[in-house]
Design a binder for this molecule. Sequence first.
Ligand code: NDP
Length: 246
Amino acid sequence: MNSLAGKVVLVTGGSRGIGAAIARTLAAHGADVAITYGTSRDKAEAVVAEIRALGRRAEAIPADAADAAHVIAAVDKTAASFGRLDILVNNAGNFLTGTIDQLTLDDFERTFSVNLRAVFAATVQAVKYLPDGGRIVSIGSCLAPRAGRGGISLYAASKAALVGLTKGIARDLGPRRITVNLVHPGPIDTDMNPADGPRAASTLAALALPAYGQPDDIAATVLHLAGDAGRYITGAEIDVDGGFNA
Ligand code: NDP
């Protein structure tokens, strides 16, 4: 049992998919949980209701990850509402595709503002609150180390940048025993990448395990990193990808 009793967690992008599963799992192991959302207010409130039904405190905070000021305010709001912040999970992300002849500078800004700058902004602000022994977990992608197909250069680049950010911050915060890690999901059945979507057949062919993963597969690894069981893991990239990169 990797208990998180008494801990306060902020999960960005917790209204749907992987982020919602992480929020539910950490709450089921004792944490109080704040989630951010962009547009899915009803879904975010439903996740909050589920967590409160477990007897935990929960709050949904509207915060567009493309706006660093929103992200910073969400960190402050979490600490103010719950009185502390122990664990930051940087999950919110977008998946903007196109081959290099199709992409624009606006695509670059949209991708990097959400997938990289928001992670930086949230982390800088969270470090002001995290106690010694705190946790930072970011959600990368199996496409960070290996693109694997065309049309995903911006997304892959934004997730690859998280590798350097994670390892560097792990070095900075090691003396305070704050761990900083990056989980690389493979194809996980969510709105972003449905298991019955147009990419599914070619995706399955690229895996060692011939199936899509579920959001709970990622949540289980985040739980391990977030609790005491993860205390000696930092600066790591952890593949939870069905063998996409095997
Ligand atoms: P979904 O599209 O299913 O959910 C995305 C979540 O992020 C939603 O809660 C959404 O909020 C939030 N979000 C997106 N953009 C913003 C924004 N600008 N501001 C605030 N919140 C935002 O995606 P997944 O659950 O599949 O993905 C979660 C993470 O996992 C992402 O970082 C993604 O890159 C990564 N990933 C996913 C893979 C997959 O196969 N599914 C594979 C590899 C990595 P709202 O509901 O309000 O829009």
